[in-house]
Design a protein around this ligand. Structure first.
Ligand code: 13P
Length: 253
């Protein structure tokens, strides 16, 4: 059985004290929801403070109620890369997770399949759990190329997925469903998730968690999460409200 994972990608919101507050609220809610793993991904500037706070709550509770993810990193160890942050720095900030290859990175920052695949590998080498994002654009879906595009993106990272031994989480996020209020129907998402799973190496197939992302809200979460190959959600907008995010956690529970 794959434990459901609900991850909140805060994007460029809550980088300071409000991020620590939001994470504390989410941690308190998550501590009361059984059988679901929860991760939040604040901006870089809040990472260390959020990780510290989560670790303190974890000491009080005897377990960490949520994990902390970075939203990105640069896949070199160190050097003259002004403005960039390495995987090791993210780990040193107290994070155990990192989002890799989000469509906003691919589209706005020109990240290619090969670059994203490299990042998945470097994240693993540094002991981070990658949340590796794939997904087609509206144009690609319209052209009937959804599976071709998504499987191309997955296959580009095959080596890293193997190195991750099932620990890499894949997030299917159709680009046209991100922040638009349009979400894939549970059946459409399930079809893509099943195809991704089938494309994985046999030893990874049953272990790999595949999340759905794109306008996941409290009112559509249960139907999506009820699909056999949907193992959780990567939530954007709805993760900025602790109560709503909590409702998604409960839907997964
Ligand atoms: P929305 O939930 O706001 O559509 O964002 C999805 C997303 O991009 C999560 O990474």
């Amino acid at each position: 059985m794959r434990t459901k994972l609900i991850a909140g990608n805060w994007k460029m919101f809550h980088g300071g004290a409000s991020g620590v507050e939001l994470a504390a609220e989410v941690a308190r809610i998550a501590a009361r929801v059984p059988n679901v793993e929860c991760v939040v991904a604040p901006p870089f500037t809040a990472l260390a403070a959020v990780a510290q706070m989560v670790s303190e709550i974890g000491e009080q509770l005897g377990h960490r109620p949520i994990g902390v993810a970075a939203q990105n990193f640069y896949p070199e160890e160190k050097g003259a890369f002004t403005g960039e942050i390495s995987a090791r720095m993210i780990a040193e900030a107290g994070c155990h997770w990192v989002i890799v290859g989000h469509s906003e990175r691919r589209q706005l920052f020109a990240e290619t399949d090969a670059f994203v695949a490299k990042k998945v590998g470097v994240a693993i080498e540094n002991g981070l759990h990658p949340i590796f994002c794939v997904g087609e654009t509206l144009e690609e879906r319209g052209a009937g190329a959804t599976l071709e595009v998504v499987l191309r993106q997955v296959n580009a990272a095959k080596e890293a997925l193997t190195a991750g031994k099932g620990g890499v989480v894949i997030a299917y996020e159709p680009v046209w469903a991100i922040g638009t209020g349009k979400n894939a129907t549970p059946a459409d998402a399930q079809e893509v998730h099943a195809a991704i799973r089938a494309a994985l190496e046999p030893s990874l197939r049953e272990r790999t968690r595949i999340l759905y992302g794109g306008s996941v809200k409290p009112d559509n979460a249960a139907a999506l999460l009820g699909q056999p190959d949907i193992d959780g959600a990567l939530v954007g907008g709805a993760s900025l409200d602790a109560a709503g995010f909590g409702a998604i956690l409960r839907a997964a529970s």
